[in-house]
Design a protein around this ligand. Structure first.
Ligand code: HPA
Length: 251
């Protein structure tokens, strides 16, 4: 079963034929909400809204551990993480869809590992490639098949939020090699790796990042909402195409 974590602009999957919802308890506390189980074209899918179904949980307060643990526990063989991002690069415009290949983590103070406590064995996961290569390829192939252009090599800068960045911070992230910036990509990806659940991200560019293009002097929240509403349709189509190709499971 493939699991999808929906972010801003994606609090449900339109073509999901819902069978039931389940509130899962975890040793790490409560997930963001009930997990919705159902099928798309006959293939099982689990869906979880990262910010809660009423979009009330800010990025720094999401219980990433509970979310990932719950999805792993209910049998997810892959997790697709959907999120909105700001674009640092001039050629990535609002509305574009990005499948990042690398992460730089600027978050702090988040519960970012399952390996803690005195009786825990010391573990260092390999995170050279933070996203699962096969899941990424499946997403890229599905996008191509659906005729939706995607950027498939972008470095995702994970920031703490909930405030947006300063122009100088964005300049720094660009010097560091980042292409897009978002607030929820970490520690989600690392936690999935810790539980050995393949994980890939698909992001919609909601706006130019602070200080760039039409965000030179500020970012309008209203324009972000409008862009997300339109472009999440493309994300849904890509996920449905991927699932429809029978790509929801791994050997
Ligand atoms: N910065 C951080 N996160 C975001 C942005 C941004 O500009 N846009 C959407 N999510």
């Amino acid at each position: 079963m493939l699991a999808v974590i929906g972010g801003s602009g994606l609090s449900q999957l339109a073509n999901l034929d819902v069978s039931h919802r389940e509130v899962l308890r975890t040793p790490y506390g409560e997930p963001s909400g009930a997990v919705t189980f159902g099928q798309i074209f006959g293939h099982p899918i689990a869906f979880l809204a990262r910010h809660g179904y009423g979009h009330t949980i800010p990025p720094h307060e999401v219980n990433y551990r509970a979310n990932i643990w719950a999805l792993s526990k209910c049998g997810a063989v892959g997790i697709i993480s959907v999120a909105s991002v700001g674009s640092i690069r001039a050629d990535l415009k609002p509305g574009d869809v990005v499948i990042p290949h690398q992460i730089i983590d600027y978050t702090w103070g988040r519960k970012s590992t399952f390996h803690e406590g005195l009786d825990c064995t010391l573990t260092h996961i390999d995170f050279t490639e933070p996203y699962d290569r096969i899941l990424r390829e499946q997403l890229i192939t599905a996008a191509r098949a659906a005729g939706i252009p995607v950027s498939n090599s972008s470095v995702y800068a994970a920031t703490q939020g909930p405030r947006l960045e300063t122009a100088a911070e964005i300049n720094r992230y660009e010097r560091d090699g980042a292409d897009v910036v978002g607030m929820t990509g970490m520690p989600e990806a690392a936690l999935a790796r810790e539980l050995a659940v393949p994980y890939a991200a698909i992001s919609v560019v909601a706006n130019y990042a602070a200080g760039r293009a039409d965000s030179l002097t500020g970012i309008s929240f209203e324009s972000i909402q409008g862009v997300l509403h339109e472009s999440m349709g493309n994300v849904r189509t890509i996920i449905e195409k991927m699932v429809g190709c029978g790509n929801q499971t791994r050997p």
